[in-house]
Ligand binder design. Structure first.
Ligand code: NAD
Length: 326
């Protein structure tokens, strides 16, 4: 099937994507963002050609926000995204990260940060990054992130290598603690607002709104869990959550509906965040996710799925050093 045909289904919502300003920056990004971790095989090997076509289709359909990291596929995702963006760089708002380089490889020192930007620029075949995030800050020491990492990132911002600076991570408290001490332009939070969890709404958003910091809501499918597929083996969610999701999958199968579509619509319905960042690896997924945006959600079905998942609602897992866990 051709990539344009993938999008030919009947759509109810306006076919134009909405764009929102990231905090106080001049970045305007699409309400759906393209998460590029799958391009680094984070969820299993992908067809690189399909990955490139996914990027191109997303851009042609108006998705302008792309997020990657040197960590994804140990630089593979940056390489693949850089290749796919050749000739199209000026049509996207590009985010990459620094400080995390492997499952257990972290280095938030100023010297590594300075080296990191040069490596990312080379792999992404560009001479500037729009939004640069310290990656998974809960694995570092908050004091170092505040006094060394973010100042080093700001210095590279002054040199024009990056336009804006932010942080990403899982526990909410440490993100807020750091942002309070060292002003940032944006916070990327993942697995804190979707069909399984919603504490971003009560914990992070009031803080971010008070300081006018842009918030990216990543992993609307709870890192691939809220789909028809089995969650990846490395997924940190407790077994109870996996079992409840299986029940929701069976329910959706019986009703002939797509759990991923409803899960994504749940997040897209949340206006407080700047964008919903979903990982995509093929034109088919791009098409399905744009349809999810354009179709009106079935709120009754959404409520029923929420009820199935209610017993495991807001269950979390530890991430980072002991001092930084929520
Ligand atoms: P996600 O919840 O977006 O799920 C992605 C998975 O779902 C992938 O396997 C993808 O191929 C699949 N998928 C996408 N659309 C689908 C559809 N319609 N039907 C079925 N399957 C579908 O999880 P994610 O990729 O981890 O999160 C999104 C992005 O956010 C990442 O790619 C990354 O860019 C970013 N992120 C950043 C951090 C961080 O900075 N610490 C953490 C998590 C995610």
């Amino acid at each position: 099937m051709s990539d344009s045909k993938i999008l030919n289904d009947k759509m109810n919502r306006s076919s134009r994507l909405e764009y929102r300003q990231v905090g106080q920056t001049d970045l305007q990004i699409s309400a759906i963002g393209f998460g590029a971790s799958p391009l680094g095989n984070a969820f299993g090997p992908i067809d690189a050609e399909e990955g490139t076509r996914a990027v191109h289709l997303a851009i042609d359909e108006g998705i302008n926000f792309f997020d990657v990291s040197p960590y994804y596929g140990l630089t593979l995702a940056e390489e693949r995204l850089g290749q796919a963006l050749l000739g199209k760089r000026d049509r996207v708002v590009l985010t990459t990260k620094c400080g995390r380089y492997g499952v257990e490889q972290f280095d938030f020192s100023a010297s590594r940060i300075r080296l990191s930007i040069e490596e990312s620029l080379r792999r992404l075949r560009t001479d500037y990054i729009d939004l640069w995030l310290a990656h998974d800050v809960e694995f570092g020491h908050a004091e170092q992130i505040v006094n060394e990492t973010i100042p080093a990132m700001r210095s590279l911002q002054r040199q024009g290598k990056v336009r804006y600076v932010g942080i990403s991570g899982y526990p909410l408290k440490v993100l807020m603690h750091i942002a309070e001490k060292a002003p940032v332009d944006c916070i990327l939070s993942y697995c804190h607002y979707n069909l399984l969890i919603d504490d971003m709404d009560t914990v992070l958003m009031p803080f971010a709104e008070k300081l006018a910091i842009g918030v990216i809501n990543a992993s609307p499918l709870h890192m691939g869990m809220l789909t028809e597929r089995e969650a990846p083996e490395w997924h940190p969610a407790p077994l109870k959550v996996r079992l409840a999701v299986k029940e929701a999958q069976s329910f959706c199968r019986m009703r002939g509906v797509d759990l991923a579509e409803i899960a994504l619509q749940f997040c897209l319905d949340y206006p407080r965040v700047t964008t919903t960042l979903v990982g995509m690896a093929s034109p088919e997924e791009v098409g399905r996710n744009l349809r999810a945006y354009r179709n009106s959600p079935d709120r009754d079905l959404m409520r029923q799925i929420k009820t199935i998942l209610a017993p495991v609602s807001n269950m979390q897992w530890p991430s980072g050093t002991l001092e930084n866990c929520d």
